[in-house]
Design a protein around this ligand. Structure first.
Ligand code: SAM
Length: 194
């Protein structure tokens, strides 16, 4: 789903960059994410800030996927040497080959995807054997608080509790290797393909 203008503007701010770098990416690395020599897919890559941190770590490939052309234009404007940015939806990864990636990354986007359950099937198909999804995403409870005070206008139909999110990943062929959460508001997971 496209972001509201308010949320789009907030995503361009310094606090979001700080959080990606110092909390979310750090947590992924603590969970075992190795970028060097890995084929990586970031779903909902937004303005490409995470890409600017990841591409200097020498992945074999980095692909950023997003549904909003405005975000992709900013990402492409960074001029990152070894990054490819493509338009598409996280619930339809048919433009990628089976077993193309070692890691699929989610920096806070699946709570925008109404068919987030289907994302797990798609990620399962495009991940190599033993590959993992690294997730930093927001619970229904967190989004309700955000929308109450900031009025970002999320789509209720796309929201999930962290419990149902994990259960769905497990049901669709992933085991939970690591998980943690900030007061049940933001959840961090490493789900490995089984
Ligand atoms: C909250 S922003 C986060 C962006 C970026 N990951 C960041 O942390 O700055 C959510 C992003 O997901 C994208 N998005 C929303 N629905 C999507 C979908 N179905 N498939 C891919 N991207 C989507 C939006 O365009 C937006 O860039």
């Amino acid at each position: 789903m496209r972001l509201s203008q308010k949320e789009f503007d907030a995503m361009q701010m310094g606090w979001r960059k700080w959080y990606i770098e110092n909390v979310e990416l750090k947590t992924f690395r603590k969970f075992g994410l190795i970028i060097r020599d890995a084929d990586t897919l970031e779903v909902g890559c937004g303005n490409g800030y995470a890409a600017s941190l990841i591409t200097p770590m020498a992945p074999t490939s980095y692909t950023g996927l997003d549904i909003m052309p405005e975000q992709l234009a900013i990402a492409r404007g960074r001029g990152l040497q070894n990054a490819t940015f493509v338009e598409g939806s996280a619930d339809d990864l048919s433009q990628f080959s089976p077993q193309q990636f070692d890691a699929v990354l989610d920096f806070c986007i699946l709570h925008h995807v109404e068919r987030w359950r289907t994302f797990f099937d798609e990620a399962h198909r495009v991940l190599k054997e033993g590959g993992s999804i690294y997730v930093a995403d927001l619970s229904k409870r967190c989004i309700h608080i955000v929308d109450r005070f900031l009025h970002w206008g999320h789509n209720e139909a796309a929201l999930f509790t962290l419990q149902e999110f994990e259960a769905e990943a497990n049901r669709r062929g992933f085991k939970t290797v690591h998980k943690t959460s900030d007061l049940g508001l933001e959840g961090y997971f490493r789900f490995q393909k089984t």
